[in-house]
Design a protein around this ligand. Structure first.
Ligand code: AP5
Length: 225
């Protein structure tokens, strides 16, 4: 199964990506997480990307496409994957389709998780992430039980550098101009599934899972390659 997660910053792509990965045993690939790890490690990629991220801009297409090209070549991607945060421009979407075509594969589902910009700001402003395993929390909606530590691994929780309100508003603006057209790209040939993201995490997952199960069944029936 090959799927992409679209939606405003803070829509819940990372949260739903983790749940899908756990249930369907396929890797959850977040370009944002890969970039943040590169920034933290001080690698060439991290140094090049940091300026874009902290200002709320997208990194250049070439850089994002290189990251995804290399990641999809890894053996754990053979049975499928969930891409979160990619594609973010129509150019990236075309690149992905062409890259998959050479393997006789394609993106089967593009989920558009829909929330309002106001909800996006609420979610981003109070998000906390685990510095060790990347688990995602929220100070009100999805609190860690411990005091500032991750329930899953005990790692310290932190606030992302780009999660302040000013940068978040810039990210929303960039999304509307550069990423929203990607939704239309997948709608054109029937691959787009919109999900109401302004409900509980479990309710959103229930919708997502329902659509995935239908896809798995049609795959078994030989409708989808
Ligand atoms: P990235 O890390 O992809 O950030 P984003 O798209 O802005 O998305 P977020 O991670 O902010 O939100 P999310 O939708 O994953 O929501 P989450 O599940 O965490 O990218 C960061 C940067 O990297 C970009 O700005 C860009 O610079 C660069 N980049 C990355 N990919 C790129 C690419 N392809 N091309 C160019 N540049 C690229 O949830 C948010 C919060 O809400 C959490 O606190 C969570 O607990 C809570 N929550 C989730 N679901 C619910 C719910 N249903 N109800 C209540 N709370 C919820």
């Amino acid at each position: 199964m090959r799927l992409v997660l679209l939606g405003l910053p803070g829509a819940g792509k990372g949260t739903q990506g983790d749940l899908i990965a756990e249930k369907y045993k396929i890797p959850h690939i977040s370009t944002g997480s890969i970039i943040r790890e590169a920034v933290a490690s001080g690698s060439d990629l991290g140094r090049e990307a940091n300026d874009f991220i902290i200002k709320g801009n997208l990194i250049p297409d070439e850089l994002a496409m290189k990251i995804v090209y290399e990641r999809l070549n890894r053996p754990d991607c053979a049975r499928g994957w969930i891409l979160d945060g990619f594609p973010r421009t129509v150019r990236q979407a075309v690149f992905l389709d062409q890259r998959l075509q050479s393997d006789g594969a394609h993106v089967q589902i593009a989920f558009d998780i829909r929330i309002t910009p106001e909800e996006a700001i609420r979610r981003i402003s109070e998000r906390r992430m685990c510095s060790q395993c990347g688990a995602i929390y929220h100070l009100q909606y999805y609190r860690a039980k411990g005091n500032g530590v991750c329930d899953q691994c005990g790692g310290e929780l932190y606030r992302r550098q780009d999660d302040n309100e000013e940068t978040a508003r810039k990210r929303l603006e960039v999304h509307m101009t550069q990423t929203h057209p990607v939704v239309h790209y997948y709608a054109q040939d029937g691959r787009l599934f919109s999900v109401d993201g302004v409900r509980s995490i479990d309710e959103v997952f229930s919708d997502v899972d329902h659509i995935l199960q239908r896809t798995v069944h049609s795959e078994c029936a030989g409708d989808i390659q």
